[in-house]
Design a protein around this ligand. Structure first.
Ligand code: MAN
Length: 288
């Protein structure tokens, strides 16, 4: 009993593994493509920003602008204003010139920067043409930000997927991939236990440990799962649990004992407790 289920787990695990590999290949292809495009995306951004700077300088040096600038200075009489009046002016100017910088930000800067000349702050930071941006440069900046964001996303996704299969148990026997992280509840004595295979064990909400490693008893081929570093035990060690797998068609907690305080032993029935009927799969991990 349990051998057929074990075979099913092996097949399911293999199918899941293959799906994952093809997802990984896809992600990796996209990542490689983006990475090879990145230098030209960066170069384009730099070129566009150079042009943008030149255009901005031309605007700043244009007679139209210096005339406008002087006119504005005269009209504003900035040096005679109170800080509150100045803030009002900034807001009005923001509306008039639809500047791209945050009005509040500039206004705060003026309030916090007593040393500088307010006129300089306004004209250096705020008014056109210093807020001038070139649409192509904006586009190039966005493109680079997007590409870098996507590269990060892809790297994280690839890493997560690899971590998922990068365990000795799964590499040696793909049936573990099917069962990993699946949880089964059962009662023993005063408590309810939850066993999430290759992950964790809980006793009513108390953490009895995270999966550490698996051993096989040579003579019987029985598998033992060790869960360690559970929650702290009053006057005792951190909780830990040793799980002996029994062969059976279903996954269930058979029995739990506590031979010494906060050291637990669980008997757990699972098709994974049955010996594989055929050779194990050797898998190759796909590294970044
Ligand atoms: C809880 C449970 C017991 C354990 C004691 C130790 O009651 O986790 O299994 O023996 O704490 O204080």
């Amino acid at each position: 009993m349990g051998i057929n289920e074990r075979r099913k787990y092996e097949q399911e695990g293999k199918a899941m593994y293959e799906t994952l590999q093809s997802e990984l290949t896809q992600l990796q292809t996209e990542l490689d493509g983006l990475k090879s495009e990145l230098p030209s995306i960066k170069e384009n951004k730099e070129n566009m920003e150079k042009l943008e700077e030149e255009e901005k300088r031309d605007l700043l040096n244009s007679p139209e602008w210096s005339e406008k600038h002087n006119e504005l200075l005269k009209k504003l009489k900035i040096s005679e204003m109170t800080v509150e009046q100045l803030q009002e002016v900034i807001i009005e100017l923001g509306k008039k010139y639809s500047a791209s910088k945050d009005i509040q930000e500039i206004s705060n800067k003026i309030l916090n920067d007593n040393q500088s000349n307010v006129e300089d702050i306004i004209f250096d930071n705020y008014l056109p043409p210093n807020t001038y941006t070139k649409p192509e440069a904006n586009e190039a900046r966005n493109k680079l930000t997007e590409a870098e964001k996507r590269i990060n996303e892809l790297e994280t996704q690839i890493k997560t997927k690899n971590d998922n299969i990068n365990s000795k148990e799964i590499m040696e026997d793909v049936a573990w991939y099917y069962i990993k992280g699946k949880c089964f509840d059962g009662r023993s004595g005063k408590y309810n236990y939850k066993h999430c295979l290759l992950q964790s064990i809980q006793q009513d909400g108390t953490n009895l440990g995270s999966f550490d490693h698996m051993e096989e008893i040579d003579s019987s081929k029985k598998k033992i799962l060790y869960y360690k570093n559970g929650s702290n035990c009053w006057n005792g060690p951190n909780r830990s649990c040793k799980v002996t797998l029994e062969c059976g068609a279903e996954n269930r907690v058979i029995d739990v004992s506590e031979p010494s305080t906060c050291v637990y032993e669980m008997k757990f029935q699972s098709p994974l407790g049955c010996n594989p009927g055929k050779p194990v799969y050797f898998l190759f991990i796909f590294y970044l």
